[in-house]
Write a protein of this length. Structure first.
Length: 558
């Protein structure tokens, strides 16, 4: 058992270090135990994270009761919902890197022996897991939990309904009073957005990939089980430390394949592709976009979850959560059962120990023999518009082929203005570019844009293509992560107003229908744009970031 913290607290030369710990109430007995970092992303920026400081106290109790000395620290978290629709969203993906960086620096600086990472809003989940991968010390990830759905006119609602109601209001389909009434009830308490959006998708993936305790993804934020989960996570780290089990033992290629299978089976967020690619780079696994297609084509979509479906995370929790879904996949041998997890046991051992049975009367999970879709929902597209790949979620999308004329916008705000003015018509293909990892920078999510289209009843009648991203709450024919992006001269930068765009979801194609000669000529005429930011965090990110096809991670220049 390697105890790095001994470098800090043992020997006469470390008397000053011990003195500083004693100033915080620690005694010699505490200094003799392993030091376990308890990181959380608690703040008052978002309901997803407002309760995480409280949960951290329970994790610390778990650490203490198992013979460790907990050391709590916090890092940032951006509220994607509140940052949405304006310049603030450019900071969201950047925050994933800063979260990972800050956790890494805190652990390295203080030589902690293990880590519990508690996170809530979207980027704080992969950011925390990425830090664990980098550090490769015994670590357990813990999700802060989903929000409860609101109730409006007798139906469950989430933040997705509010965004889509804005589009309906602008189309004259709902009143301002109705919009206000929905706003007042959509988010009733603490927790992350309630559908199978990005936070709940990544929480599900944390279980599937083995870095979180079984059954930890689905209990709501305000459920008493949530405190028990973080307490048990604190205990689990000491078990990992004692047995020498590290993230590299858990985050194997087979574990990533399990994560991709679960992401497809639940109809998860397109952001899962970006974050799994990023996490794989941190642990040294060569995951590529083609791996996602390979797994998707053999994984049925069985969870009828929002935004493409009907149910929310609470509903999935009531019937058994992610373990029940994974047991369904197990029946078809769609999971690698022998992978190690943070329990110190294999995935199979974990699932076998959970007495869950499939209730044929419930409607959240379809039987694996009669799924919603025979193959998964996270589709990788390629073609002349996206030679290095693009991502679309087909859950809830009925259109297999689409052909239309390009409506070209070089920033999200311009597209939103056009939609608000009802300037986007049936069969249009909305192109939003220069919003990629480098061009934005930060790959803004565009839920305001996509929800406005859905609210105007155009969700199935137009397509949207961008080098930016979409919220996990997005639905419709919305294609994101187009690579190479416009800022580096990708073909999306060469599209002109009125060009014909063709999409074929069965052939995985997205094409700009112009001749090769015309494409060559346009490329000769194209010139790079001046960066939107020349100093600060966004400028640094833009100078270091890689393509979305590599997870939009930052790489050193050397």
């Amino acid at each position: 058992m390697e105890i790095s913290s001994r470098n800090v607290v043992e020997g006469p030369s470390r008397a000053p270090h011990r003195a500083m710990y004693k100033a915080m109430g620690l005694k010699d007995e505490d200094l003799g135990k392993p030091f376990i970092g308890v990181s959380h992303t608690g703040n008052e920026a978002t309901p997803c994270n407002i309760h995480l400081g409280r949960l951290a106290q329970k994790a610390k109790e778990g650490v203490s009761d198992s013979g460790g000395t907990p050391r709590e620290f916090a890092t940032i978290a951006v509220s994607d919902g509140i940052a949405m629709g304006h310049e603030g969203m450019k900071s969201s993906l950047v925050s994933r890197e800063i979260i990972a960086d800050s956790i890494e620096l805190m652990v390295r600086a203080h030589q902690y022996d293990g880590l519990v990472g508690i996170a809530g809003c979207d980027k704080s989940l992969p950011g925390s897991m990425m830090a664990m991968a980098r550090l490769n010390i015994p670590s357990v990830f813990v999700y802060g939990g989903t929000i409860m759905p609101g109730i409006y006119e007798g139906k469950q609602v989430t933040i997705q309904d509010v965004y889509e109601a804005v589009g309906a209001y602008e189309a004259g389909q709902v009143t301002l009073e109705a919009l206000k009434n929905l706003e007042n009830v959509a988010c009733p308490n603490a927790g992350s957005c309630g559908g199978m959006y990005t936070a709940n998708t990544m929480a599900s993936i944390s279980e599937a990939i083995g870095i979180a305790l079984p059954g930890s993804a689905s209990p709501p934020a305000e459920d008493p089980r949530r405190e028990k989960i973080v307490y048990e996570s604190g205990k689990a780290v000491l078990n990992l430390l004692e047995n020498g089990i590290r993230p590299k033992d858990i985050l194997t290629y087979e574990a990533f394949e399990n994560a991709i299978a679960v992401a497809n089976a639940i109809g998860g967020s397109t952001n899962a592709v970006l974050h799994l690619l990023a996490l794989s780079r941190e642990i040294g696994i060569n995951l590529v976009l083609d791996d996602f297609e390979k797994i998707r084509k053999k994984t049925p979509h069985i969870a009828d979850m929002r935004p493409g479906g009907y149910y929310v995370m609470l509903d999935l929790d009531k019937i058994g959560g992610i373990p029940l879904l994974m047991k369904s996949l197990q029946k078809k041998n769609l999971l690698h059962e022998g992978v190690m997890t943070v329990t110190g046991k294999t995935l199979k051992q974990n699932l076998d120990s959970m007495p869950l049975s499939f209730d044929s009367n419930q409607k959240v999970l379809k039987p694996i023999e009669s799924p919603i879709h025979e193959i998964g929902t996270l589709t990788i597209l390629r073609g002349t518009l996206a030679p290095d790949g693009a991502v679309v979620k087909i859950a809830g999308v009925n259109t297999k082929e689409f052909k239309g004329r390009a409506r070209v916008f070089d920033r999200e705000e311009d597209a939103f203005d056009a939609i608000s003015k009802r300037a986007i018509k049936e069969n249009d293909v909305v192109i939003i570019r220069y919003e990629g990892p480098r061009g934005g920078p930060g790959m803004r999510e565009m839920l305001g844009v996509t929800a406005a289209l859905v609210g105007q009843k155009l969700g199935e009648k137009v397509a949207l293509i961008t080098d930016g991203r979409f919220s996990g709450a997005t639905r419709g024919l919305m294609i994101g992560h187009v690579s190479p992006e416009a800022a580096v001269g990708g073909n999306i930068a060469l599209v002109k107003e009125g060009d014909e765009i063709k999409i074929n979801l069965e052939k995985n194609n997205v094409d700009l229908m112009i001749s090769e000669n015309e494409l060559i000529q346009r490329r000769k005429e194209w010139k790079p744009r001046k960066p939107n930011y020349e100093r600060g965090a966004l400028a640094k990110y833009a100078s270091l970031v890689t393509s979305a096809s590599e997870g939009a991670i930052t790489k050193p220049l050397f």
